[in-house]
Design a protein around this ligand. Structure first.
Ligand code: GDP
Ligand code: MN
Length: 469
């Protein structure tokens, strides 16, 4: 044991010879404190979501669309309806005949072809990464080519607002033009991971076409569920049970079983995280179709699905997060005023905590990673500074693989190139820390360096408050 105030730590825990580092001094203080030791830092969990369960997706608080967006899952790649239907069609799932259109001309041509092929009408559908398009005016049925053209003109390019997009809406950059179906019944199908049981669950409901979240809240018994044993897979008997629960006609049961099994196979083969068919329809002539289709994929499995990875549409994602992902930076925008640049997710979490503890609030989570290059650091700066809420920047680095001198060089270059005006506070430890400090000092730029994490946090909170005042 070490007595309080004694400036030494046991030999075993020394990181290097020479004078004590701040970390070692902090550790010494901790060990020297009388028992029971008080935990110094509280963790204000409620202020932000754990970033590592959200990395890679834009956390859209207004998007409560379906189980795949609960915020409880891993990161999920979203795709458009027309892309989901193309995938499902390959697995033998019946989808209406249709064509994606990027321009009005393409929409007109798609319409012409569908009518020439014998369609009685077409439906013009906005392609955005959000549901509720029908209610928002993004799905329009047309009986003639002229009407279809009018709808396409009206929908293409607008900011479509639905209950899942938030008030700003989402710009419609593509349309899907499809042959209309003579709908008899609108039903619901979904496959999703049930995290409570750790199993996939196949859901079906007669209450299709509407918001399934509402059905689940008001009348959960209206949703039938079959839990899927991972060792056995989705049994035909389970598919039959669901088909009967949907009240399908005897003449539809076998086709429905095949339909459900194809959906399950598509889910498994593509490492999907969600498949939702709402509505799944029956037609007046007894056919079954996926009239709408939503699929999301588990990001962690994308490395083995190059074709699916290529379906990503960054126009639908948060621009800053897209920019960050280009440089392999883990960035999540938050709503505070202190930008953080940190190496390592754990240190990033601790940094956000200590900013809170010092009375401030973090503007983002940013992990530049263990081996960040100078170029990455410059890009990280650009991204931090594009956030208008940022009043001060806190750089908290423990130099391991990332040498502190290299970090300092990057910071100085970025501050010069970008003509950074907001105050920058650093807390640096680790490999080549002295060289790093010297680079900052010799730059002639106005950096503040905190001796400890707490001191740096206090400095940056004070700096932000000054700017804000
Ligand atoms: P969402 O509102 O974003 O989920 O878009 P959907 O693709 O589910 O379309 C919304 C609604 O439009 C559906 O529930 C149907 O009632 C209607 N709809 C979509 N396609 C057709 C079609 O081909 N014919 C008819 N009559 N209605 C359609
Ligand atoms: Mn739908």
């Amino acid at each position: 044991m070490i007595a309080a105030g004694q400036d030494s730590v046991p030999e075993r825990s020394r990181l290097a010879d020479g004078p004590l580092s701040h970390i070692e001094r902090d550790a010494a203080e901790w060990f020297a404190a009388p028992l029971p030791r008080k935990i110094v830092f509280e963790i204000p969990l409620s202020r932000f979501r754990w970033p590592w369960i959200q990395l890679g997706t834009a956390p859209n608080p207004s998007n409560n669309g379906g189980p795949g967006n609960s915020g409880l899952g891993g990161s999920n790649l979203k795709i458009h309806e027309y892309q989901a239907k193309e995938i499902l069609a390959k697995y033998g799932v019946a989808v209406p005949k249709g064509e994606m259109a990027n321009t009005l001309e393409e929409a007109i041509e798609a319409t012409r072809l569908l009518f020439a092929d014998g369609a009685n009408g077409v439906v013009v559908k906005a392609q955005i990464h959000a549901g509720g398009r029908g209610k928002g005016g993004g799905v329009k049925v047309a009986k003639t080519r002229e009407d279809a053209e009018l709808h396409a003109k009206n929908i293409l390019g607008i900011q479509l607002v639905t209950h899942q997009t938030g008030p700003a809406g989402q710009k419609v950059q593509r349309l899907l033009v499809e042959e209309t179906a003579a709908i008899d019944r609108e039903l619901y199908l979904g496959i999703v991971l049930d995290r409570a049981t750790g199993k996939l669950v196949f859901m079906a409901s007669q209450a299709g076409g509407m918001e399934i979240e509402e059905v689940a809240a008001k009348d959960p018994t209206a949703i039938f569920k079959e839990s899927i044993d991972p060792a056995v897979g989705f049994g035909a008997w389970q598919a039959r049970k669901l088909a009967f629960a949907l009240g399908l006609k005897p003449t539809q049961i076998n086709a429905a079983v095949a339909f459900f099994q194809s959906l399950y196979k598509a889910f498994m083969d593509t490492d999907a995280s969600l498949i939702e068919i709402n509505p799944f329809i029956t037609t007046k002539d007894d056919k079954l179709f996926a009239l709408d289709a939503k699929i999301t994929f588990d990001d962690n499995a994308l490395f083995r699905h190059a074709a699916i990875k290529a379906l990503r549409d960054t126009a639908e994602e948060d621009p800053l997060e897209v920019e960050a992902s280009k440089y392999a930076l883990n960035y999540i925008k938050l709503d505070g005023s202190i930008a953080c640049m940190v190496n390592g997710a754990g240190l990033a979490m601790a940094t956000m905590d200590i900013i809170q503890y010092a009375g401030g609030s973090p503007a983002n989570f940013l992990d530049v990673g263990g081996g960040a290059t100078q170029e990455q650091i410059e890009h990280a700066f650009e991204i931090l500074l594009s956030d208008a809420n940022v009043k001060a920047i806190f750089i908290n680095i423990f130099g391991g693989i990332l040498r502190v001198d290299r970090l300092a060089t990057g910071v100085v270059a970025a501050a010069r190139n970008l003509n950074v005006k907001v105050p920058i506070v650093l807390r640096l430890e680790g490999t080549n820390v002295e060289e790093g400090r010297k680079i900052l000092k010799d730059s002639g730029l106005d950096f503040q360096v905190g001796a400890t994490m707490k001191e740096a946090a206090d400095l940056v909170v004070a700096a932000a408050a000054k700017v804000g005042a």
